[in-house]
Design a protein around this ligand. Structure first.
Ligand code: PMP
Length: 435
């Protein structure tokens, strides 16, 4: 495509997935050359109902046909009213009771910026506790709390107010212990650091975390660790910000990923699926943190009526059809199939995830086991798996610290036979990549 020559050197997906999508429905994407693909990327986890779902299209057409104003800044509208009501109805009741919502816009990273600003305003403190492997976005504040050292370097000062703690990675455990024991050690480490007056931690305005790290390589935090983080932040009066940008709206097998552990956050950042495939981000937070004054947080594009209508329809469809439970079931089916594949190939080091957020870590079986007790990551092989999958009509992306985790983020509307087709294509792609 001519356009590629004009695009920034930073372009990513266009490089790794050299296709030109022209039509899409559900889980299927059609390229300009007529090739059809099964989409397990779903706009980086955005398309909960797949592409162009009829209820989403109908909602968008409804706004257009009514000639409702498309641009309203943050004025009240019936479309917005319905969206807020539908969203609040999904939130954990203890959280929803007294929560406020701030429209941010239009991306997940904007929601994270707003959340950081909110907690700093509310507490008068500046430090933030964040985690290794985290991904919260690409704007300066969100990048400061993200894990990727090389990309973060570009923002200069800002990241110095962030204390990074080890995320409980059961496979590549920072303490080499893995599982519940690794999570327990990670919690102890956090507590020790915070308690030690020489620990070098600036008074924290917040702790920010993902319940399942997505870009970081599909790493689910154990429920026990989540509860420990809640206890630790509660005891110290530190607001807990949960970034549900990727995990929200049923993706992990519960409507919100925090529900697995029962943890009630102080602040939730919500984006991706909540806009029903259109850009929308909100931050929802405990009412007493609302120390903002009129205009303290603003932005021109906070009232996307099409996104709110599409989001309301998406929320409704997920709830009516119990797609969170469907995601849990299909996730278990996919995971079981992938574990069989892992048993047959030493190049698959780990299969993990929650619901329809699944990661397959590609390793080098010919290398020596590393300090973390597992085989080292194999970036070239992982890229080959992605390419072989694409050749077989399957769109997957890579993630993780070394870009070696094949990420499966299919729409929650995926059928059993589509799940089996995904498995078959991967079962063909992996040996082809190894050969
Ligand atoms: N938080 C998480 C957990 C994410 O996965 C992402 C995007 N992958 C973001 C924030 C940033 O969202 P956006 O790309 O829309 O800015």
């Amino acid at each position: 495509m001519r356009q590629a020559r004009r695009e920034s050197a930073a372009r990513t997906y266009a490089r790794s997935l050299p296709i030109v999508p022209v039509r899409a429905r559900g889980m299927t994407v059609e390229g300009a050359d007529g090739t059809r693909y099964l989409d397990c990327l779903s706009g980086a986890g955005t398309l909960a109902l797949g592409h162009n779902h009829p209820v989403v299209l109908e909602a968008i057409r409804g706004v257009l046909d009514a000639e409702a104003p498309l641009h309203v800044l943050d004025l009240a509208t019936p479309v917005k009213d319905r969206f807020v009501e539908a969203l609040f109805d999904t939130l954990p009741p203890e959280f929803a009771r007294d929560a406020r919502i701030q429209f941010c816009g239009p991306a997940g990273t904007d929601g994270v910026e707003a959340a950081l600003k909110l907690v700093r305003t509310a507490t008068g403190r500046r430090g933030v506790l964040a985690f290794t492997g985290a991904y919260h976005g690409m704007t300066a504040g969100a990048l400061a709390v993200s894990g990727d050292t090389a990309i973060r370097e570009a923002i200069g000062p800002g990241a110095d107010e962030v204390t990074r703690l080890p995320y409980p990675h059961a496979y590549r455990c920072p303490f080499g212990a893995g599982g519940a024991e690794g999570a327990r050690l990670a919690a102890r480490y956090t507590e020790t650091l915070l308690d030690d007056p020489s620990g070098g931690v600036a008074a924290p305005a917040a702790m920010i975390l993902e319940v399942v790290q997505g870009e970081g390589g599909v790493v689910p935090a154990p429920d026990g660790w989540m509860r420990e983080m809640r206890r630790i932040t509660d005891e110290r009066g530190i607001p807990l910000v949960v970034d549900e940008v990727q995990t929200g709206l049923g993706r992990t097998g519960a409507f919100w990923a925090v529900e697995h552990s029962g943890v009630v956050p102080d602040v939730m950042v919500i984006s991706k699926a909540v806009g029903g495939s259109l850009p929308l981000a909100v931050v929802v937070y405990r009412g007493d943190l609302d120390r903002w004054w009129p205009g303290a947080h603003a932005g021109t594009f906070r009232g996307n009526q099409l996104a709110m209508a599409a989001g309301t329809a998406t929320i409704g469809f997920i709830r009516e059809n119990r797609l969170d439970e469907h995601a849990a079931r299909l996730g278990a089916r996919l995971t079981a199939g992938l574990r069989e594949l892992m048993a047959a190939h030493d190049e698959i080091g780990d299969v993990r995830g929650r619901g329809l957020m699944i990661g397959v870590e590609i390793v080098d079986p010919h290398a020596a086991v590393g300090r973390d007790g597992v085989l080292p990551p194999a970036p070239e092989l992982a890229a080959a798996v992605r390419a072989e999958a694409l050749d077989r009509g399957l769109i997957v992306e890579l993630g993780g610290r070394h870009g070696t985790v094949v990420r499966l983020l299919p729409p929650l509307t995926m059928t059993e036979s589509q799940a089996d087709a995904v498995l078959q294509r991967l079962a063909d792609a992996v040996p082809a990549a190894i050969a």
